[in-house]
Every structure is written in C-alpha cells, then in structure tokens.
Write a protein that binds this ligand. Structure first.
Ligand code: URA
Length: 434
C-alpha cells in the first residue's frame, strides 16, 4: 500500500477503507510516513469530507495508536462525560458527585489543557493536598470502593491524535467536522468508558459558534460512539454567556459546592440535571429522564452528593473539610466591583472576552508551562435578561496582582451590553441527541 495512492483516492472523492486508514495512522504514529504526505491527505479530507464509516474507522485507529485503558476489573458500566469547553465550565465538579451518589461509576482520566481557566484537575487542586498522581491500582480500587476516581493523564492516550492535531493546527485543517469529532472521540474511547455523555457547547464562548456546527459535531460524535459500540448521548448547551456566575478556579469550586447544597445558579443546576439524568440512564441506574432527575434532586436534598464529593476529595489526599466549609478555599482578596452605567436589561455578555478577563488575571494557561493562580477570577452578579439600575454591581473581579487587575478591568470594559428592552430568554439546553 502506498500513501500516494491514498492521497489521490481521497483527492478524487473516493472513500478510504479500514485497511487504508489503519495503514496511514500506524505509519504516521511510527514516523514512517512524513508530515508532508499526511498534510496533503488532511487537506484532501478537508475538501472531500469523510462518511460515517470512515470517521469511525479513523477514530478507532487513533484510539488504538497507544495505550487503551482497561477498566474491566471494575464491574458494571463505567460512565464518562466530555465537554467541548467553555467559560465557567465547572460541570464535572458537581455532576460527578451527583451521579456517583445515585449509583454511577466514573473512572476519569483528565488533562490540564490550555484555556481561560484551568482544567478540572487544576480546579480540584484548590483542595489542599488533592492529587491526581495516583497509581493504576488506586485508580481502579477507588472506583470500586467509592464509585469515582480522577487520574492525571499518565499513559500515552491516542498518540496519533496528538501528532495529527499538531499538524492540522499548522496546515489550516482543524475545522473539519469528521477530523474534530474523531480527534475528541479517539481520546474518550482510549479512556475506556462504556458510556459517554457529550456536552457540546454552542455560542461565542465555545469552539462551535453556531447551532448548525454544534449539531453537526454532536451528530458526528454520537455516530462514532455508536459505531464503536459505546452508549453515547449528546446535549447541546448554550455558551453565548458564561455558565453559572463564577469564572476562575477556586471560585468555580465554591460555586460547584454551593450547587451540591442546592444553592447553585439555575442554568448550571439545570445543565447538571440534564447531563446527569442521561448518565443515570446510560448506566442502567434508571430508565427515564423524569425519574433520573428526581434521583439527582434527592441526592442534593439529602446531602449524599456533597458527601460523595468529600469522600472523593479525601480519597485522593485532599482536605475534605473544605467541601463542608468552602469559604476556606482561597480566593484573592483584591476585589473590584464593576457597576452598570445605565438602567435597562443585560442583553448580551461577550462570553469569550469574560474568559479573557480570567486569563488576564492569571487564572488560565497561555502555554503548557504557565503557572495558574487558582485564587483569581470573577463573579457575574448579573446575567443576560437581568434588569439593572445605574450603579448596580454587574461583576466582582478578584485579583491578586495590581497590574493584572488593571489589565483585566480594561478587558472587562464593553463585555456587557445593556438595552432598554428585555432580550429573548435562551434556555441553557438548546438541543439533544439521544
Ligand atoms: N479538540 C480536540 O481534541 N480536537 C480537535 O480537533 C478540536 C478540538
């Protein structure tokens, strides 16, 4: 088999078969096929597209290009959740304790990543002592004992994707639906879960800016999950404004804990309910969305979800007293209130710019080596649709460095639009694929 023939076949609109896809993924992972030929193939795929079968084959080949986590020593269905990322996305922190306290098992491998705020691991490290550097044995034993474990990514999951993503990044071939879907799903499949719920974000703070693209990505990923024999559902959720009110790290952990006590923001609580109820169904804990939501609500009302978070934090070396007293989580003490300059309704919040405010404060990573300040961030006191009067506090900004604070305040200018009439309310849940 020759790489040249594969490039020509795809360039002419042909369909690649599984052997051909395996050939190029294996050859590329081993360094036997050069970047220039794979770049040409990526561009041919970009223009000609891939059908569902090709996309599934590509995903499976990438998922098996490195280590595939073996979770068979944990009985029952192992469930996972993936978000395509957004501003204020602390969902894992509340969702996982909720579903685990209802009987789901979650064995999660997480990375740190780049972004406006840290990833789930960074946020969890707001609990003093918490560590995701745990052995494979502890990882498995902990899921058996308490239903949940989160491990930092130690094994080389889907190395073919790592190489391909870096290449696509510099050859203008990132934004192809089959390539994005296969890239995300290859890592999820290699992480070993039997069931996956996907939270596909849509809006100005998300990777997918419009609904058509978000729907296409959700469909492509659920098709892959189905093709790979995994139970997969997707929810398309609004990211045209930040999720909840808190954006940062420790500040988001506080909000996640408040949510587990029943005091969370409506949009965030609703998202957790929608994702969580699908996880309960996919894990065979119950068989319909209504019952699942009641179970999740009960887990909050009777404190089981909060206790599960405390058990999880303790099992991984963290101080669980912070779960019961989140005011202990260190939040920066330089606080600036940003106030409304006119009366009206909040009609728009520039979501990605709010993310940039957090990044400017030092709450996120620009490069893999960047140090994160877990204590900084912001609380949005007003969200889209809220009525405001001149002088009302729109947001509170928590900074630990005066220079970063003034840069962040400058960046915040213009992120809120206030209009005379109330905007149409958007539901956090835009669509779903079951
Ligand atoms: N995230 C990924 O992991 N892969 C892509 O291709 C795009 C976003």
């Amino acid at each position: 088999m020759q790489m040249y023939d594969l490039i020509m076949k795809k360039r002419n609109g042909g369909v690649l078969n599984r052997d051909e896809i395996d050939f190029f993924i294996n050859g590329y992972t081993k360094g036997e096929i050069p970047d220039y030929q794979v770049s040409a193939l990526m561009m041919a795929i970009f223009f000609r597209g891939m059908n569902t079968e090709e996309t599934v084959d590509l995903t499976m080949a990438m998922a098996h290009s490195g280590e595939v986590l073996d979770l068979k020593d944990i009985s029952g269905i192992k469930c996972d959740k993936h978000s395509t990322g957004g501003v204020g996305d602390k969902t894992t922190l509340s969702l996982i304790p909720m579903v685990v306290s209802c009987g789901c098992k979650v064995a999660k491998m997480s990375g740190r990543g780049l972004g406006h705020t840290g990833g789930t691991i960074d946020k969890l490290e707001s609990f003093p002592g918490f560590s995701t550097s745990i052995s494979d044995k502890q990882f498995i034993d902990q899921v058996r004992n308490i239903g949940v474990s989160v491990m930092g990514q130690t094994v080389d999951l889907a190395p073919a994707d790592k190489k391909l993503y870096a290449l696509r990044d510099v050859t203008a071939t990132v934004d192809n639906m089959s390539l994005i879907a296969s890239s995300i799903m290859s890592k999820k499949l290699a992480s070993g879960a039997d069931a996956i719920v996907l939270d596909v974000k849509c809006g100005s703070g998300a990777f997918m800016k419009n609904l058509d693209d978000a729907k296409a990505l959700a469909k492509a990923m659920t098709d892959i999950g189905k093709g790979a024999g995994r139970r997969t559902k997707a929810v398309i959720s609004d990211m045209d404004q930040p999720l909840g009110r808190a954006v940062g790290n420790a500040i988001e952990v506080r909000e996640a804990i408040e949510t587990l006590k029943g005091n969370g923001p409506d949009d965030f609580t609703r998202l957790c309910m929608e994702l969580g109820s699908r996880m309960l169904i996919m894990s065979d804990v119950c068989d319909n969305l209504d019952d699942a939501k009641v179970m999740l609500e009960d887990s909050i009302k009777d404190g089981r979800a909060l206790d599960t978070l405390a058990r999880f934090v303790k099992a991984q070396g963290g101080d669980e007293s912070y779960v019961y007293d989140p005011s202990k989580l260190k939040v920066a003490d330089r606080v600036t209130e940003v106030k409304a300059k006119c009366d009206g309704y909040v009609s728009h919040i520039e979501c990605d710019e709010i993310g940039m405010v957090s990044l400017t404060l030092g709450g996120g990573r620009v490069t893999k080596e960047s140090e994160i300040d877990l204590s900084v961030g912001l609380i949005l006191e007003k969200k889209v649709g809220d009525r405001v009067k001149t002088g009302d506090v729109l947001a509170r900004i928590y900074a630990s460095d005066p220079e970063k604070e003034s840069a962040a305040l400058q960046r915040f200018e213009g992120t809120y639009e206030i209009s005379e009439s109330a905007p149409e309310q958007r539901d956090i849940i835009i669509d779903s694929i079951e």
